[in-house]
Design a protein around this ligand. Structure first.
Ligand SMILES: [Zn+2]
Length: 61
C-alpha cells in the first residue's frame, strides 16, 4: 500500500518524503483530494492559490 503525503506548504500530494514542487515538509495527515487540470479555469484552484496543474490536498494538518 502506497501512503500518499501532502505538502504542508503548497498542498501538493506526493509519495516522496519531501515536496517535489517546493521542497517543503510533507504530512500524512491530510484530507480531501483535488485534481487540478486547468488552474486558470478552476475556481477552487484560484481560491487556494494554485497556479500549476497537479494533485492537491484540500487540508493538511
Ligand atoms: Zn510543496
Amino acid at each position: 500500500m502506497i501512503s500518499l503525503k501532502a505538502c504542508k506548504n503548497c498542498r501538493t500530494i506526493t509519495e516522496a518524503n519531501k515536496c517535489p514542487r517546493c521542497g517543503g515538509e510533507v504530512s500524512r495527515e491530510w484530507q480531501g483530494y483535488l485534481v487540478v487540470i486547468d488552474p486558470e479555469r478552476s475556481e477552487i484552484a484560484r481560491k487556494m492559490g494554485i497556479h500549476a496543474a497537479g494533485r492537491y490536498a484540500l487540508r493538511v494538518k
